[in-house]
Design a protein. Structure first.
Length: 177
């Protein structure tokens, strides 16, 4: 399928779509059972009283020879990101949590359009960096990012507390010396 692509901010009505794309990404990343978020939680994160993340959707429409009927857009991918802060730069940054393009539309430039959009947001907001992670086995993604000039951060190890471990650490009593 070839056509026109638009990158647009996600709207509240897109929450079910974005969550379905998150689930597709998790399936691709062999972690489908780890998606426990709900539409309500995603809505609150993106559009609630204190939004903590943003999302954009990539839509594609088929090229028509005539302007009638109005084109209909098919969602083909998304990106989800949030603001970070670099103490070394003393400037904000953006962390790209997810970038996903449906398999039928990969290698068509949509991933690059999504990443370019998020990079543009970072520059417009005066951010000093754009960070993200990729699975070490995801060779197509790593090659794509390397071709764009992204640096692999081999000296850094990603760490995480979640679930019971997070609860346990949060509940520890802190002894003051």
């Amino acid at each position: 399928m070839t056509g026109r692509v638009r990158i647009r901010p996600a709207e509240p009505a897109d929450v079910p779509l974005v969550l379905s794309l998150i689930r597709e990404l998790a399936e691709y990343e062999r972690a489908a059972t780890r998606v426990t978020g709900t539409e309500e939680l995603l809505f609150e994160a993106l559009f609630g009283a204190h939004p903590v993340a943003e999302s954009v959707v990539a839509d594609m429409t088929e090229e028509h020879a005539s302007p009638e009927p109005a084109p209909s857009f098919e969602p083909v991918g998304f990106a989800l990101f949030f603001t970070t802060f670099s103490t070394w730069l003393c400037r904000p940054g953006i962390y790209l949590e997810d970038l996903y393009v449906r398999p039928a539309h990969r290698r068509s430039g949509i991933g690059r359009l999504l990443l370019t959009h998020v990079a543009r947001v970072a520059v417009e907001r005066g951010c000093g960096r754009l960070d993200w992670s990729a699975l070490s086995w995801n060779t197509p993604a790593l090659e794509f990012y390397r071709a764009l000039g992204a640096e692999r951060m081999d000296d850094w190890s990603g760490l995480r507390l979640e679930g019971e471990s997070l609860e346990r650490v949060a509940g520890e009593r802190i002894a003051h010396p």
